[in-house]
Design a protein around this ligand. Structure first.
Ligand code: ATR
Length: 277
């Protein structure tokens, strides 16, 4: 039997702001962590794209922390009192904490990706090919460059890859070019492989052959077509849940200052994914 939690006048409030947030997996992870550690805190999903109001609500109601998701990651920045270096460099904020009315922002998306990779490889001096040049790619490329990785970014819209490359110091190419590339690590940050594009892969099986590690940030389905190719070729694979989990554990630590119970959060995440399938 699950022990019921006491909600009282001291309960601390956390949440996610985004639109939509109905399918977010963040509430199950953070609430499992609070419960496990016996913390008097709850985490809710707030469906809004009004970052002005959401930041005022945070100060006014004393909400302790926000996860920030699409479409709010960029627009929240102007309401922060203290965006850290990662927010400024990446140009997106996925985590806010409220310290006595001052809103401090950070970005843990890059930490999730880098930690997931560091568990299976060292990074300095390695070569990575990143597919896609959107918001997720920005955070991951920031992390890769900071870790000493040489990055090639391939995107359908080449201009976006070029812009990103000028900023971060990587090499831009068109997405089709990725078929003939090679490297230690291949990372898909495009939406190819999810939703309507579930039966598609951003690269052919042949294109995957030239890498040791293949990572996909898509987590529904858990095994994308791209990761299916990689597994069948005996490559090491990193699925999107790993990055999701590790960006969440970094958020938890930023808010609470204590180590996140990773295994508890992982189990909650996996149970939720299993139930939604
Ligand atoms: P996110 O925040 O998840 O990165 P995004 O900023 O909308 O989302 O970026 C989506 C990425 O997926 C982009 O690189 C996009 O390519 P374009 O810049 O050319 O739009 C890529 N993408 C989306 N659909 C795609 C498709 N059908 N084929 C190839 N790339 C696609």
């Amino acid at each position: 039997m699950t022990k019921s939690r006491t909600i009282n006048a001291q309960t601390e409030l956390y949440g996610i702001i985004g639109k939509p947030v109905g399918h977010s997996l963040s509430p199950v992870m953070h609430n499992a962590a609070f419960e496990h550690l016996g913390m008097n805190a709850v985490y809710l999903a707030f469906e809004t794209d009004d970052t002005d109001a959401a930041s005022r609500a945070m100060r006014c109601l004393g909400i302790r922390g926000y996860s920030v998701t699409i479409p709010n990651k960029e627009s929240i920045i102007r309401y922060l009192d203290e965006p850290d270096d990662t927010v400024i460099k990446i140009g997106a904020c996925n985590t806010v904490r409220n310290r006595d009315g001052r809103l401090q922002g950070t970005n843990t998306d890059w930490i999730g990706a880098i930690k997931a990779l560091e568990r299976i490889t060292s990074l300095a001096g390695k070569r990575a090919v990143v597919l896609g040049a959107g918001g997720s790619a920005r955070a991951i490329i920031y992390g890769l460059i900071r870790s000493g990785v040489h990055v090639t970014v391939c995107n359908r819209t080449i201009e976006k890859a070029q812009r990103l490359s000028e900023e971060f110091g990587c090499t831009p190419l068109a997405l089709e070019e990725a078929e003939r590339l090679s490297g230690h690590i291949l990372i898909n940050t495009t939406s190819v492989g999810m939703g309507k594009l579930q039966d598609d892969s951003p690269l052919s099986k042949k294109g995957v052959e030239n890498y040791d590690i293949v990572m996909d940030i898509v987590y529904a389905p858990l095994e994308t077509k791209l990761l299916g190719y990689a597994s069948s070729l005996g490559k090491k694979v990193v699925n999107g849940l790993e990055m999701l989990l590790l960006q969440a554990t970094a958020q938890f630590e930023f808010w609470t200052g204590q180590p996140a119970p990773e295994q508890v959060m992982k189990k909650a995440l996996e149970d939720a994914v299993r139930q939604s399938n």
